[in-house]
Structures are given as C-alpha cells and as structure tokens.
Design a protein around this ligand. Structure first.
Ligand code: ZN
Length: 147
C-alpha cells in the first residue's frame, strides 16, 4: 500500500521546485499582491478573465516550499473555473488546511496539504495564494497581508 503521506510530500516538493504557471501575465486583467510577513512569503497573482471565468492565471514571487507549491497547485485547480467555483474551492481548501474538510480525497492533488492542519503557522503559508486570488478576483490591487 502506498504511503499517502510520502506521496503528498513528493507532490509538494515537486511543485515547489518546479512551480507551474510561474510567470507574469502581461497583459493581465487583474492582479493582486499577497504577503505573509510571519514567514516572508510574497506573491503576485495575475488573472485574465473571460466574463466571470478565469481564462488564465499565473503567479510570481517567493516564499517557502508550502506557499509556493500551494500557489502552483492553485493555479492549476482554478484555471477555467468561474469566480464562484474558485471561491467555493477556496472554502473547501481552507477547511482542508484547518482540519475541517470531511472528504479530503475529493479535492484531488490539493489533498496534499491536509497535513498542514497539524501546523497552525503553516496554514497561512498554504492559504496565502488563495487569499491573494480572492483579492485579485474582487479587483483589489492593494497588498493583502495575512497575519
Ligand atoms: Zn511560508
């Protein structure tokens, strides 16, 4: 039987070493900057919209392995989704990293962050990109700081 924990760690490591959609979108319809001062994570999320659908998404910046891999997997998870669908996914992701999600496996690769719930300080790292996405979707360009 495969060790799920080891598999999850591998996924996180892979995405932090080779982040997907790790670039600037130029031009972008919307963008937002997110900061997690506790850890030093800082990312800009760029969006190109097609109506209320996220046609393209990318991010750039720097931070720890958890924050970077979470941002990378988030871009893959929400590309092509509507604003409402992305928001619903954020709710479930937040439940996952705070230990409240009842069915983690149904979140696919995002389930890799389940273990974060054991480390409250890491919850901010894992959710930073999602908070930044929400700010970008809402058209808030001023920096988001989660503390
Ligand atoms: Zn971090």
């Amino acid at each position: 039987m495969p060790d799920l924990k080891a598999l999850y760690q591998e996924v996180i490591l892979d995405h932090s070493k080779n982040p997907r959609n790790f670039q600037k979108l130029d031009p972008a319809d919307r963008k937002a900057l997110g900061r997690n001062p506790l850890c030093g994570d800082q990312y800009t999320v760029y969006l190109r919209m097609d109506g209320d659908r996220i046609a393209d998404i990318a991010f750039e910046g720097q931070g720890c392995a958890i924050s970077k891999s979470s941002a990378s997997m988030m871009t893959q998870a929400v590309k092509g989704k509507t604003e409402r669908e992305a928001e619903a996914l954020f709710d479930r992701f937040h439940d996952l990293v705070t230990g409240k999600e009842a069915d983690p496996e149904s979140l696919g690769k995002l389930a890799a962050f389940q273990g974060v719930s054991e480390f409250p300080i890491r919850v901010k790292c894992a959710s930073l990109a999602w908070h930044t996405l929400r700010a970008a979707v809402q058209g808030k360009e001023f920096p988001v700081s989660i503390e």
